[in-house]
Design a protein around this ligand. Structure first.
Ligand code: ADP
Ligand code: MG
Length: 458
């Protein structure tokens, strides 16, 4: 059953964390944390103040979880608490000061669904819709109506921080008001595995099966996690089929399209492909600005009196292009910092307080990186990228790399030519044109390029 963690092993986790988050962050935010307990997959950490608790939970919850797991601890989630609150329920990760949401509804036979807690802020109201996510949003809305199942599963995929989890939680929130009688279960694929392993260990596999087969809507987040985990995949496949056969709605998310998840069984891939597959595209400037404006509005209520100078949000939307989570983190820090030091939020303040994030966003993709990723993706040798071979299975990936080099870097055609084994700039131009032309008609190629772009830009 539950197992304990010693101060010594927490110390080792801390050492790793120090490397992962940097000396400064570590000293300011992580070192003051106190390990209280690890039992039954829940780690309890105590932060000295509420502010620190919220900050750490938002900004370092994930790295801490990751390091704990990497060091071999079975951790389902972290609970952050503060000393005064010790007697009351601790704040859940990613759920600071939010209105509590029922974790799972009770079933007729009074067993509770083992779902993950929902973030009260992840509602449709707070989801900003733009071109890159409008399809995913519309599909999620449709599922949230709770009407007859029209596509099954709904498969949402896209890079990290683009709103997959937000949409899934929003579906759960919406269903709980529209169709309170439905049994809705949301959990991550990792938690699915954790539950499964636990059920095996405690010889309660029948209960496990029964429970999962009794829900009306099943949502599994980050399904790529179970790739390569054979018995979990097997169980997932059976659960999935049983629910689909009963006409129950399933919603799945992953960081890439079903066909692109390595080590996922073929039969699962093909099952996943039977439904509606929707891609959340990387954000564009308008969407980022929209999100920043919405969040800033919410912060204004929280920090009355704080002034944001004109142009700051535009500057951030322009400069931070990685993902929405980073964008949000930047804004959180900006507000916290400005209120701590009692200054208005100006461009100068933003540049000072967000220097590390802005620097990171400056990161340029190199042609070498592009060549490496493309070679890997198409299974050709890196040396063939610059070599003379003209056979199509090699020439095509090479052209893809040329195309990406043109679009993701600021290099000129002659410069690109030099890095592709001294090719002439007209050859590069020809390669780029060829890909542009093919992309329109070759769906697979377009997908390959979109995936590579995401990988390279993330
Ligand atoms: P994913 O699951 O795709 O990695 P999340 O759903 O966790 O991403 O989103 C990361 C953060 O960005 C969350 O805090 C979420 O609320 C926010 N976010 C993402 N997309 C949007 C959006 N379109 N509007 C508002 N907030 C968003
Ligand atoms: Mg997610």
């Amino acid at each position: 059953m539950g197992w304990k963690m010693t101060d010594e092993s927490w110390g080792r986790v801390c050492n790793e964390l120090q490397k992962a988050v940097g000396e400064n962050n570590y000293a300011t935010w992580i070192a003051p944390l106190r390990l209280i307990d690890l039992a039954d997959g829940i780690v309890q950490l105590e932060a000295p103040t509420k502010f620190m608790r919220d900050w750490v939970s938002r900004n370092f919850g994930e790295p801490i979880l990751r390091e704990l797991r990497r060091s071999g601890h079975i951790v389902e989630r972290i609970e952050f608490r503060v000393p005064e609150l010790r007697a009351t329920p601790a704040a859940k990760i990613a759920k600071p000061a939010a209105k509590p949401v029922p974790k799972a509804r009770r079933v007729a036979d009074d067993t509770e669904l083992p779902g993950a807690p929902l973030d009260a802020r992840f509602t449709f109201d707070r989801f900003v819709v733009g071109k890159p996510n409008e399809l995913a949003h519309a599909a999620a809305r449709r599922v949230a109506e709770g009407g007859p199942v029209t596509f099954n599963p709904l498969f949402l995929y896209g890079g990290v921080g683009l709103g997959k989890t937000h949409l899934m939680h929003a579906i759960a929130h919406e269903l709980s008001t529209r169709r309170p009688e439905l049994r809705v279960l949301y959990l991550s694929a990792e938690q699915f595995m954790y539950r499964f392993v636990q059920a095996l260990r405690e010889r309660q596999i029948m209960d496990f099966k029964e429970m999962f087969r009794s829900v009306d809507v099943l949502m599994v987040d980050d399904v790529q996690f179970i790739a390569g985990k054979d018995s979990t995949q097997e169980e997932f496949f059976h659960t999935f089929n049983a629910l689909v056969d009963q006409g129950k709605q399933i919603v799945i998310s992953a960081d890439r399209a079903p066909g692109e998840i390595k080590d996922l069984e073929e039969r699962i891939k093909s099952r996943l492909q039977c439904g509606l597959i929707v891609d959340l595209h990387p954000t564009d400037y308008e969407l980022r600005l929209g999100i920043l404006q919405t969040k800033a509005e919410a912060y204004r209520a929280q920090y009355p009196g704080l002034v944001i100078a004109n142009g700051v949000l535009e500057f951030l939307a322009h400069r931070i292009t990685t993902n929405v989570r980073v964008l949000e983190g930047a804004l959180t820090r900006l507000f916290a910092f400005a209120s701590l030091v009692g200054r208005d939020i100006t461009l100068d303040l933003a540049q000072e307080c967000l220097a590390d994030i802005l620097l990171n966003s400056d990161r340029k993709v190199t042609i070498e990186e592009i060549q490496r990723k493309v070679a890997e993706h198409f299974n050709v040798r890196l040396s063939d990228m610059i070599g003379p071979k003209r056979a199509r299975p090699i020439a095509r990936p090479r052209q893809v790399a040329m195309y990406l080099a043109k679009h993701l870097t600021t290099r000129s055609l002659p410069e690109i030519g030099r890095r592709f084994g001294g090719r002439d700039h007209t050859t590069i131009m020809h390669g780029i044109r060829k890909i542009e032309e093919l992309k329109g008609s070759d769906h697979q190629l377009a997908e390959d390029i979109a995936l590579l772009r995401r990988l390279l830009e993330s």
